[in-house]
Design a protein around this ligand. Structure first.
Ligand code: SF4
Length: 334
């Protein structure tokens, strides 16, 4: 974002370093706070580069103070939602890479709102910077970034990759690749291309069903075009090469994918893999015709995975009360 300015005004290299430090590391709140630059240069900055590309911010924080959902809009007026999750030892921003989503998974509020717009690299980055500044005011650090908000990251490939590089770059956000997670619904060709970049970020697969048929029912767009066998083969090859653990997200939908036979099938599917199954109970959303699993069924499901040696967690889904939990990002004011 600064390179064109450097060229146009023939600025010395150290100005770029000062810019990156102030904007990304110190998390300044406006160009006026960039005091390492003289006023004349700051005026150029104000004229040439918007401080943020997002607008009309609305924040809602959960009663326990742990989750804040941000609704903002692109310059074209499309809504984006971003979530900050605070935990004792980490603060995670969940970013959106699209406004809406073209994939249309049946359980997902974002998918049901349809596709509005791809976000460019700066719009994704500005979501992260927004919460970096919020955390700074709370004397906290941003530690993790997950690409699990609105949209399928691998269908906005170049912008997502560029953003990840900026997050990792020690001159910019300087967050370790181990603290970044990219979640995909399973676009195989794009995933192969992404893995070949060796960025070292964690991969999470939105699996949600233990077989091809059920995946096609609840995630028709992605599943019909990307066979589960091919997806698993790609992940297996990646694992053989890197020895990295893969996380599978599995949303529990009552009577759809949460029975004991589904659990057995899932265990069989993931046998011999170094993986973690992240179980998430469905959060009810307006207009979405699924129900959460009962505690008894969740316990039964987990017992089977445990017996079969599949490491699993039941993820506390942050922010249900403000519609900020998984699959609930769909521009409701909360
Ligand atoms: S689950 Fe992900 S890929 Fe599917 S519709 Fe929702 S945002 Fe898109």
């Amino acid at each position: 974002m600064i390179d064109f300015l450097m060229e146009r005004y023939n600025l010395p290299k150290y100005r770029k370093e000062q810019f990156l430090k102030a904007f990304f590391q110190e998390g300044i709140n406006s160009w006026d706070e960039m005091t390492t630059w003289p006023t004349s240069l700051r005026d150029i900055l104000k004229k040439e580069i918007p401080f943020t590309t997002l607008q009309n911010f609305t924040e809602v924080t959960s009663r326990d103070g742990r989750t804040t959902k941000l609704l903002s809009y692109t310059q074209d007026g499309y809504p984006i939602e971003t979530v900050l999750m605070r935990a004792p030892k980490r603060n995670t921003v969940c970013v959106s890479c699209m406004s809406g989503c073209p994939v249309g998974c049946k359980f997902c509020a974002t998918g049901q709102m349809g596709f509005k717009e791809q976000l460019d690299h700066r719009e994704i980055l500005d979501q992260i910077m927004y919460f970096k500044r919020v955390l700074k005011k709370e004397s906290k650090e941003l530690t993790n970034v997950v690409f699990m908000g609105m949209g399928e990251p691998l269908l906005n490939f170049d912008n997502v990759v560029k953003t990840i590089k900026d997050i990792i770059d020690p001159r910019m956000l300087g967050i370790s690749h181990r603290k970044i997670t990219l979640s995909t619904a399973g676009y195989v060709k794009e995933l192969e291309k992404f893995l070949a970049l060796n960025l070292g970020v964690k991969i999470a697969i939105s699996l949600h069903a233990p077989n091809q048929q059920l995946r096609e029912e609840i995630m028709p767009t992605v599943a019909k075009a990307n066979n589960l066998k091919d997806l698993l083969l790609t992940l297996k090859r990646y694992q053989l090469r890197t020895n990295k653990r893969i996380t599978y997200e599995y949303l529990l939908l009552r009577d759809i994918n949460d029975t004991s036979s589904h659990a057995k099938e899932l265990a069989k599917l993931l046998r011999n893999q170094i993986c973690l199954v992240n179980l998430i109970n469905f959060n009810e959303s307006e207009g979405i015709d699924f129900r959460p699993s009962s505690k008894k069924d969740i316990d039964g499901f987990r017992r089977i995975l445990d017996q079969q040696g599949i490491t699993n967690t039941l993820r506390y889904s942050f922010g249900g009360e403000i519609s900020a939990a998984c699959g609930q990002l769909a521009k409701k004011s909360g």
